[in-house]
Design a protein. Structure first.
Length: 317
């Protein structure tokens, strides 16, 4: 997953104190107890505040056992970044792997996390997840988040790891407005992953002829905060209907389509920019990219040169 750096999207606490580590995690996720098994700890807690959810990185730096009481209505999940032992007090088999763990809502959950790899802990409101299910599947979607009925834990893991990778490598000078827009988009991604984790694959009827409208809308609306859910709402579709329509007509995902529109916009902006009016960073942000490193890689793959080369060549000419 890479090293831990000071990034503007996260708030960090480093301490050897067990109680401080416990309280920092509990404040943003769920109450729990931490029993220290190592002689000393060298822990780190990072908090990423999203509009509707919370993501916490925790690394204890020594062996501990974490016991979380029943979470009740709250949805809390742990994505281990290394092998983690898990045991539920309701008699489910004990496991030790890196699969996403949904904490018991009616029983306690005991965890033995990797002391150095750490884990990501996410917390969200089940009412908000049920509302988002209607965006994903349509207004008749029914969803009852039951930790024992999770069907796709990998969806949550992929989303969490992507959010971690993007936000933990943002440059320190990333503007606050860019971070706020990115947080909105990442929260939507996490909500969709949680919906899919409990939703079996289902068929949805897909109206035809909406992709042209989607393309027109995207050309004017592709900022950092724009999500697949936003595109679906603009097209009058559920997320699943949008995915099917775009795949049938263009052979790609809505996220890929959004990325392509953003790249074309950035390309046009860089070619039209004057020497005193733009930088690669400003163009990337205006075109919908929050992470400059990832933007540069995608731009080079698409256009065969770095964005700075495009900017300087057209300025020189």
């Amino acid at each position: 997953m890479g090293g831990i750096g000071e990034t503007p999207a996260w708030t960090w606490v480093r301490t050897p104190r067990r109680a401080t580590l416990r309280d920092e995690v509990a404040e943003h996720t769920t109450p729990h107890e931490v029993t220290q098994r190592a002689d000393r700890l060298d822990g780190t807690v990072g908090v990423l505040a999203l509009p509707e959810s919370r993501m916490v990185f925790v690394q204890y730096g020594g062996r501990v056992e974490v016991e979380a009481p029943p979470t009740g209505d709250r949805i809390v999940a742990t994505v281990p970044l290394g092998p983690m032992g898990v045991r539920y007090t309701d008699g489910r088999p004990e496991t030790r792997d890196t699969q996403t763990v949904v904490l018991g809502q009616e029983c306690s959950t005991l965890m033995d996390p990797d002391p150095h790899a750490g884990a990501l802990v996410i917390s969200s409101d089940p009412i908000r997840i049920k509302e988002h299910a209607q965006t994903v599947w349509g207004p008749d979607a029914g969803l009852d988040p039951d930790p024992e009925a999770i069907t796709s834990p990998r969806a949550v893991e992929r989303a969490c790891r992507q959010i971690w990778t993007v936000t933990s490598t943002l440059p320190a000078n990333t503007p606050a407005a860019v971070i706020a827009s990115l947080a909105h988009a990442l929260d939507d991604m996490l909500m969709s992953a949680l919906v899919l984790a409990w939703s079996p694959s289902r068929h949805v009827p897909t109206p035809r002829g909406r992709v042209a409208h989607v393309l027109d809308w995207l050309r004017c609306n592709h900022g950092i905060s724009v999500t697949v859910s936003d595109i679906a709402r603009a097209a009058g579709l559920s997320v699943r209907q949008l995915q099917q329509s775009v795949h049938d007509e263009l052979g790609m995902t809505p996220m890929r389509l959004l990325r392509d529109v953003r790249l074309m916009d950035a390309h046009h902006r860089l070619r039209a920019a004057g020497p005193q009016t733009a930088t690669v960073a400003s163009v990337a942000h205006e075109s919908g990219f929050a992470h400059l490193g990832r933007f540069s890689v995608m731009y080079r793959e698409r256009f065969g040169e770095s964005p700075s080369v495009t900017l300087m060549r057209d300025v020189a000419s």
